[in-house]
Design a protein around this ligand. Sequence first.
Ligand SMILES: Cc1cc2nc3c(=O)[nH]c(=O)nc-3n(C[C@H](O)[C@H](O)[C@H](O)COP(=O)(O)OP(=O)(O)OC[C@H]3O[C@@H](n4cnc5c(N)ncnc54)[C@H](O)[C@@H]3O)c2cc1C
Length: 374
Amino acid sequence: MIRRVAIEKVAPRAAEIDAAGTYPQDMFDLLQELGLFTLPFPAEYGGSDSMLSSCVAVEELCRVCYNTAYLLIVQWVPFGAILAGGNPTQQAKYLPGLANGDLRAAISTTEAQSGSDVAGIRTKAERVDGGYRLNGAKIWCTNSSVADFVLIAAKIVEEGQAVTEAKRGAINLFIVERDTPGFTVGPAESKMGARGVPSCPLFLDDAFIPEENRLGEEGLGFKIVMEAFNKSRPIIGARGVGLAQGAMDLSIDFVKQRAAFGQQVSNFQGVRWMIADMAIQTEAARSLVYRAAAMVDDGITGQELAQAAAIAKAQATDTAMTVATDAVQLFGAAGISNDYPINRYFRDAKVLQIVEGTNQIQRNIIANNLIGRS
Ligand SMILES: Cc1cc2nc3c(=O)[nH]c(=O)nc-3n(C[C@H](O)[C@H](O)[C@H](O)COP(=O)(O)OP(=O)(O)OC[C@H]3O[C@@H](n4cnc5c(N)ncnc54)[C@H](O)[C@@H]3O)c2cc1C
């Protein structure tokens, strides 16, 4: 069903969404109508409780439109965070709306001076009567311009303390609702890829957040949520698989219709081997992603899952970049032209190697698991 919708309804919009660089409300409405926002989650929220199904859905959408696939993921990440770290009241308040698409959310850890190094954030949450006062600035918060609330990472300190005095590991996520006084969303970044879902800076200026909007116990909430992200990491790999598959599909169509030296470009052995290599790499990445997803569905957690998920994310997104680069090469000058779809795959693939933990960070996770921390 998703493949049919992807081909019939999503693919025709993909180039326009990328070129305009604006939020595709029509694609959001389509996904909402199909009831896909709850797919990975338990049946009580209308989901299939299947990470493998979710990966297949993301793969099929990303094969034709990165941005539409992204709409699922920006809905799923805050959902997973509240499911893992939220209390029953928070879950009852936010999860049904995220499941049916009546609510939208975003998650924000990155700051100007610290992206990979989350422990280096400087946004602080001073403990005050009844809650916390948040001050700081964030960057690159995707979906925040349309979000009803944002999960914002901050370090908890006592009133009047500097953020440098925060206890080690004292990071929590706070549910910051859109209309909170002192909270503003800045103008969207101008991006090379992932252009359809805006990423914006956030500003917190004495924003009061009530105690009931803290996710998880003080000092523990963030860790729980980060562990939950291991479970959703196969989905990020699935985006890479879909993107690679889509770039390969387009390459095959192109080389079959393009002629040079009196014959089809697809007759040249050098070209045929490039297509074969695309297939080998994409299939290998798909197997790793499906394996990590199946491990989640089997209830495997901890280091074993973290390792498989990091390997799948790094391999699938590196594959997306390699395949998309070769695809542009096979298109020749048409690969550079914005009249052809292929350079969109190339630009979006680069984003995948950087987001949700860069591929260097994935390699750190993998190496640390194998040989211990350096
Ligand atoms: C399109 C897009 C959407 C995004 N959406 C969000 C969002 O919704 N919410 C959010 O919070 N953030 C978001 N981000 C930010 C993203 O998570 C960060 O860009 C990412 O974590 C990397 O951080 P950085 O850019 O500060 O790079 P840095 O951490 O400064 O890293 C710079 C380079 O050094 C490498 N590096 C850093 N540390 C190590 C190390 N220990 N070992 C080896 N290499 C290392 C990195 O891999 C990278 O190549 C988004 C980014 C993009 C591009």
